[in-house]
Structure formats: C-alpha cells, structure tokens
Write a protein that binds this ligand. Structure first.
Ligand SMILES: NC(=O)c1ccc[n+]([C@@H]2O[C@H](COP(=O)([O-])OP(=O)(O)OC[C@H]3O[C@@H](n4cnc5c(N)ncnc54)[C@H](O)[C@@H]3O)[C@@H](O)[C@H]2O)c1
Length: 281
C-alpha cells in the first residue's frame, strides 16, 4: 500500500507500547485510526494524545480474545469510517515460568489474547478487505515465534501459531489472486509495558497465578532499559513493510543467528541448543 491519507487503520493493543506507536505512525500519514484496547483509561488517554496531535481517531474498548467484541469493533469502525484498509492484530500479553508449572488459566489467557485475538481479527476483517481487494494485515508475533524462548511456553506457543497463521494467510491470499497483503512482526525486546501485562488479567479466569505470569517489575525494567528497542523505531520498519509489501519484519537482525541454527539443527536431527535463561517479550 502506498497511499494512506483518508484511509482507515484498525489497531489492537493501541493504548500502549507498539500499538500506540503504530497508531501514531499511521496517523502521521493522514490515516483515520481506530484504536482498540481492553484498558479503558489508558485507551482514552492514548486517544487524547493523538487527537491533540491532530489525528482523527475512534477509540473502542475491545477484548480481542472475545469474537463478539471484535465483531462489535468492526461495526463501530464501519459505522464511523465505512471501510478498513490496514489491520494491526497487535494486542498481546506475556506469562512466564516453567512450562509444567504454568496453570491452565494462564494458558487460556495467553492463547486467548495472543492467538485467538489474531484469529478473530482475521476472520472479522479480512473478508471486508478481500471484498474491496485492498488492504494490509500486520500480525504482531515475536522472536518467540521463531525460536523457543526458555520459560515462556504459552507465549512461544501463541507466537509460533501467529507466524504459521500469517504465512498461511499470505499463501491463501496469493492463491485467491487478492491484492490484500500480510506482514508478520517478530521483534526481540522492545521498551513497552509487556512485562506488566498482568494489569489486564481477566477476572473471569479466576485468581491470577501468583508470581508465575510476569517478570517482576524491577527485573523487567532493568532488562528493557538495557536491551529494549524504541517502539517508534520498530514501527518505522512496520510502516516500510506495508509500503513495500514485505512479509517478514525482524527488527533485531543481530538476534537472527539464534534462528538459523534452530532450523539447521531440525533438518540435521541435532538436539536443541540451550538459549540460556530466556529472553521474554
Ligand atoms: N515488548 C516486547 O519486548 C515484545 C517483543 C515481541 C513481541 N511483542 C508483542 O508486541 C505486542 C504489543 O505488546 P507491547 O510490547 O506493546 O506491550 P504493551 O503491554 O505495552 O501493549 C499491549 C497492549 O495490549 C492490550 N491488551 C491486553 N490484553 C488485551 C485484550 N484482551 N484485548 C485488547 N487489548 C489487550 C494492553 O492493554 C496493552 O495496551 C504483543 O503482541 C506482544 O506480545 C512485544
């Protein structure tokens, strides 16, 4: 997609981190922005910031793990702007801990948001895009979609699935001769609020598993301060990928040497090599 002005982007997880940076970047090119997030107060604040910068926005409180909520998001977007041209399935949460100790409700939470959020987004919005024969879908996966980060089993499962779904969507759109394109974003660490994801723990899943579902804020803060990439820099790569119709977005090329041996070892039948204590994110 080369022309953005006057078109509409729907971005999930738009109240914080990379989603907010995506909203700001597409607004800067004159797009109308539908900001979806589960965190109402943060969403309103984020929308106000963009409106003060001159953006045309619509904020819709949305739970991406709930198909009817994503359907309502589509209805609100169409009511206001009539069409959707860019969809960023970006909302995500993180839980850590040894895989056999990860409680069932933590699995449900992580897969509900990170995996079902992307599935609902595709099932709800891609038919519109195919019909209008124009559009671009950006699915936020992670480096944890290309390597198995230790101590992040549910997160790895969700992000591997998002990479697989995105690649399949690419093939299915090509087979249908559609002009709709797709990209998958696979970053390493980015300076966002991801390690405080527990703030959105849903009450319907019962008590939050104590001490198992996120890094403690001090450790996370230090990690991100030392290693986290600026979300705006990540999103500049997302924007370029949409313009140039590039599928893979890997903002941390210095970490690619961890990806290649994984697949080389797979075809050679060599056992997994230790990645140390885990990267998160
Ligand atoms: N920060 C990193 O290091 C990193 C690395 C790789 C991938 N990611 C991925 O990037 C994406 C964005 O996360 P971020 O790092 O900007 O974190 P963030 O916590 O700053 O933003 C995530 C947003 O998703 C929202 N959200 C959570 N549950 C939701 C739900 N059920 N419905 C709708 N919105 C919901 C949160 O309220 C928040 O605004 C996620 O998919 C995450 O897994 C992050």
């Amino acid at each position: 997609m080369k022309e953005f002005a006057g078109k509409t982007a729907v971005i999930t997880g738009a109240a914080s981190g990379m989603g907010f940076a995506m909203a700001r970047r597409f607004a800067a090119d004159g797009m109308q922005i539908v900001m979806a997030d589960i965190e109402q107060t943060a969403l309103k604040k984020a929308e106000k910031t963009l409106q003060d910068e001159g953006a045309t926005t619509l904020a819709v409180v949305t739970d991406v793990s709930d198909g009817s909520s994503v359907e309502a998001l589509k209805d609100a977007a169409l009511d206001r702007f009539n069409a959707v041209h860019v969809l960023c399935n970006n909302a995500g949460v993180f839980a850590n801990g040894p895989i056999w100790e990860t409680p069932e409700n933590a699995w449900q939470w992580v897969l509900g948001v990170n995996l079902w959020g992307v599935i609902h987004g595709i099932r709800t919005f891609v038919p519109l895009m195919v019909e209008q024969d124009e559009g671009h879908v950006v699915n936020t996966a992670s480096l944890a979609g290309l390597i198995a980060v230790p101590s992040s089993g549910a997160y790895n499962a969700s992000k591997h699935a998002v990479v697989g779904i995105s690649e399949t969507l690419w093939h299915d759109l090509a087979a249908a001769n559609s002009k709709v394109k797709v990209s998958v974003l696979c970053p390493g660490l980015v300076s966002t609020n991801i390690f405080m994801a527990d703030r959105n723990w849903p009450e319907r899943l019962g008590e939050r598993p104590a001490g198992k579902s996120a890094l403690d804020p001090t450790t996370a803060g230090k990690l991100l301060a030392a290693q986290g990439m600026d979300p705006a820099a990540v999103v500049e790569l997302v924007y370029q990928a949409v313009v140039e119709e590039k599928f893979w977005i890997l903002p941390h090329p210095e970490l690619s040497p961890a990806i290649v041996p994984r697949f080389e070892n797979a075809v050679k039948g060599v056992n997994p090599v230790s990645l140390g204590g885990g990267l998160g994110g």
